[in-house]
Design a protein around this ligand. Structure first.
Ligand code: IVH
Length: 782
């Protein structure tokens, strides 16, 4: 009798293990044929029998449950399951505020941006922030045609069949007056009651339970089989919209009313409030009702009510200026610090990490927390064995707030920070210094590319969610693959997916069923087309975060232009003193230019002896304002040091390509130096070239081309009177122009207001067209 036919009760542990391995593989194969190839080779009944047998064996031998067990898989992996939906209008996220002051500042910022006086009334909606997952539902001629998850904000997953099962979601819009085409957006969530019932049933059936209603809602919405989704009582609140073929409201408040009239549930706790005091009162109100609600909320969302103002306020990268989430205070818990491990970051930065006795904080189990740096550990006097207070606010990573001194076990020693990298090379750890030689709290492994830990951290960043977001390639797999020597640099990941030998070897490895290998390859292949901003971010250059990457992508548009310019910049990079001056607080670009001009001219001057550095600067460089003089005096102390620094800065003046990189909005000299340094290393150049051979990098979204200023590079200088500089910049960018901070040969247009100085002069010298604010307004009005 073969194993397959043996009753479960007869199996020895060895036989059971063999049988579980076989079942894992067989079921995985059926899953692929069913879900990915739409070509099942067995009946549903036979398939269920296999799953049942697997479960029975697992119930008898719980210690033998495999990591790739079919019973642990909730549906199959994503990549192949849901098709991608590109959102017509991106689904944004919100900035967070945690204190009254931040809510007040939000109101003040809006007033500044819109140039509103303190007496002017600004109305807001204050809506509960539902803790679920957002979803965009598309209606054509009033009929539901498609529903998508948020995904990364630009591309989500098609979950139409599942969303159709949600009772709160109208399949056809009620009432009238809806645009022919509209994407209604809102939150899919699970009530406390539904969550408890779902978990009770799962526990009963011996299945995994969900940690909180949010996870349960997400898991339920992303079921492959819509019948399972239908069995879970998901709900939906509408609060926003994407594409709409015709305007349908003048305010957010009116829009919420319309959504309700068309058959959607809207949050009953939403209010329309006025000014900063209204925001604060609404928050208190929401805090008071929170315990009585049937679902989780994690804060209040404030939105500027007038939609024309929302339009003017626009967006910063991925969040709107016209809305903010005021989050409820962080939740805290106590636990024991079991160990402090040392982690090596991709730039060699050494970070101590707390290993904790698992504890639930705000519905999430926490086992690790960052301790930031050695100084932080010393300052809070954190010792292994201590009882620590842990805090988690919103989606922010958990923090250790402090220790409970009374609970310290006898003999707990202060933490001795290691002096050498824990990597096999044991390279010394150095304290990082600034360009000026001052010590910082950052410590780095000095091993650079030779340090295997740094390499691994680089790869981890590369595959992370905001970078290449490669599904199925987590820390565990990366470590295993790099230990086998399969992956040493990012390009190797893509080579691996095309290497039949390695794939075969992988399939033969314990823990990698056919399905997981297929999913891994699908996950990798799905990223061979990558947006330019993600590509740049994925390189993991220091100081080049998401916002900077996006700004670079929008400026350079194609990967070729970006790489060529960055390589050129590496040959003409700014010297450290030039960078320091450019980055000095209180010293604007005009002041920096004045210092450099002074250093280049080196005109001898008769200066009375014994005057202060500030006074000396006033006489020698009349263009400096008092703030700049004070900043320079504080930094350099005496004239001789200043003069030497100015000469050094002038000698380190960068070339044109560098200036182009540095003057991209949101980049600046410090990040530009990091980019130049990165592309100056042969090793990195090769890494980028190898990677490019594997990928197609999608050019950044083409800016609008049908406007008068599309594609032009514009510099705003001097005071604007009809709108703020921020609004002008936002408007120019929305019309497809590039806004730069400095005038060069590449500048097309300078908009100069009263008080314009050196930039105006430079524009005149270069023959760049200069216009007034009124000319600008006329130009963009079309
Ligand atoms: S408005 C551009 N309103 O919060 C504005 N979001 O952190 C987009 N959320 O992804 C969102 N309740 O999942 C908005 N009343 C509400 C909300 C809400 C919950 C979620 C939503 C969004 C996230 C932003």
């Amino acid at each position: 009798m073969s194993l397959i036919d043996r009753p479960v009760t007869d199996l020895t542990p060895d036989e059971a293990a063999a049988e579980l391995a076989r079942l894992a593989e067989e079921i995985a194969g059926h899953d692929i044929r069913y879900h990915q190839q739409d070509a099942p080779t067995i009946s549903d009944g036979d398939y269920d029998a296999l799953k049942r047998r697997n479960l029975e064996i697992e119930a008898r031998f719980p210690e033998l449950v495999r990591e790739d067990s079919p019973s642990l898989r909730v549906g199959a992996a994503r990549a192949a399951q849901f098709s991608a939906v590109i959102h017509g209008v991106p689904m944004l996220s919100l900035d967070n505020a945690f204190a009254d002051e931040e809510a007040i500042e939000f109101d003040a910022r809006i007033r500044r941006f819109l140039r509103l006086g303190p007496g002017e009334l600004v109305a807001y909606t204050a809506e509960p922030k539902i803790d679920g997952l957002s979803c965009s539902i598309r209606y054509e001629k009033g009929q539901l045609v498609q529903a998508a998850t948020r995904g990364d904000g630009r591309v989500g997953e098609d979950v139409t069949a599942n969303v159709r099962t949600i009772a709160d979601v109208p399949k056809a819009l009620a009432g009238s007056g809806w645009p022919d085409e509209i994407e209604v957006r809102g939150e899919v969530y699970l009530s406390h009651e539904a969550f408890a019932a779902l978990n009770a049933a799962a526990a009963e059936a011996g299945q995994k339970t969900y940690a909180n209603p949010r996870n349960a809602a997400a898991g339920s919405l992303r079921q492959i089989d819509a019948r399972i989704t239908a069995s879970r009582p998901l709900s939906f609140f509408a609060y926003a919209w994407g594409i709409h073929s015709a305007p349908f409201a003048a305010t957010q408040w009116e829009a919420l009313g319309k959504l309700a009239a068309w058959g959607f549930s809207t949050t009953p706790q939403s209010e329309r409030v006025e000014n900063a005091q209204g925001l604060l009162a609404a928050y208190q109100q929401m805090e008071a009702v929170r315990p009585h609600l049937a679902y989780d909320i994690d804060g209040v969302v404030y939105k500027v009510d007038r939609l024309d103002w929302q339009q003017r306020l626009g967006f910063v990268t991925r969040t709107p200026r016209w809305a903010i989430a005021r989050k409820f205070p962080a939740q805290r818990a106590r636990t024991i610090l079991e160990a402090i491990d040392i982690q090596v970051g991709r730039t060699g930065a050494i970070t101590p990490v707390a290993r904790l006795q698992p504890v639930t904080v705000g519905g999430v189990v926490v086992e690790n927390a960052t301790l930031h740096n050695a100084d932080e550990i010393a300052r809070k006097d954190i010792r292994v064995g201590d009882t620590v207070v842990l805090q988690r606010a919103g989606d922010v990573i958990p923090q250790i707030v402090g220790v409970v001194p009374e609970e310290r076990p006898p003999g707990a020693e202060p933490f001795a920070f290691p002096t050498h990298c824990p990597c096999p090379l044991h390279t010394p750890i150095a304290k990082e210094t600034t360009a000026a030689g001052a010590e910082t709290v950052v410590r780095r492994c000095t091993g650079e590319f030779a340090c295997p830990f740094q390499k691994l951290a680089h790869l981890r960043h590369f595959v992370s969610r905001r970078a290449f977001d490669i599904e199925g390639l987590g820390e565990k797999q990366l470590t295993a693959f790099s230990e086998r020597g399969w992956i040493a640099e990012p390009a190797d990941i893509f080579r691996l997916a095309r290497d039949p030998e390695k794939i075969a070897e992988l399939k033969a490895t314990e823990g990698y069923g056919e399905l997981s290998v297929a999913n891994l390859i699908a996950g990798i292949d799905a990223r061979r087309d990558i947006a330019l901003d993600r590509f740049i971010y994925g390189l993991g250059i220091r100081h080049v975060g998401e916002t900077t990457s996006l700004a670079l992508a929008r400026h350079f548009e194609t990967v070729e232009t970006f790489v060529t310019t960055a390589k050129a910049a590496s040959e003409q990079t700014a010297g450290p003193m030039f960078a320091e001056l450019s980055d000095l607080d209180g010293l604007g670009p005009t002041a920096v230019e004045a210092v450099l001009a002074f250093a280049r001219a080196r005109q001898p001057m008769l200066i009375p002896p014994d005057i202060s550095l500030e006074e000396h600067l006033r006489l020698a460089i009349p263009k400096l304002n008092s703030k700049a003089r004070a900043a320079l005096a504080a930094r350099f102390g005496d004239w001789a040091s200043f003069e030497a620094a100015a000469a050094e800065a002038a000698a380190g003046t960068p070339g044109e390509a560098f200036v182009e990189v540095a003057s991209v909005d949101a980049v600046g000299v410090v990040a530009a130096r990091m980019i130049a340094e990165f592309f100056g290393e042969d090793h990195n150049r090769a890494l980028v070239d190898n990677l490019l051979a594997e990928l197609r990098v999608i050019p950044a979204e083409r800016p609008k081309t049908d406007t008068a200023v599309a594609g032009k590079t514009i510099v705003f200088t001097g005071a604007l009177e009809k709108m703020t500089r921020d609004e002008a910049k936002a408007q120019a960018e929305a019309l497809g122009a590039k806004v730069s901070g400095s005038v060069s040969k590449k500048t097309d247009l300078v908009v100069a207001g009263p008080g314009a100085g050196s930039k105006l002069a430079e524009a005149t010298r270069l023959g760049v067209q200069v216009i007034t604010e009124d000319d600008w307004l006329a130009l963009v009005a079309g």
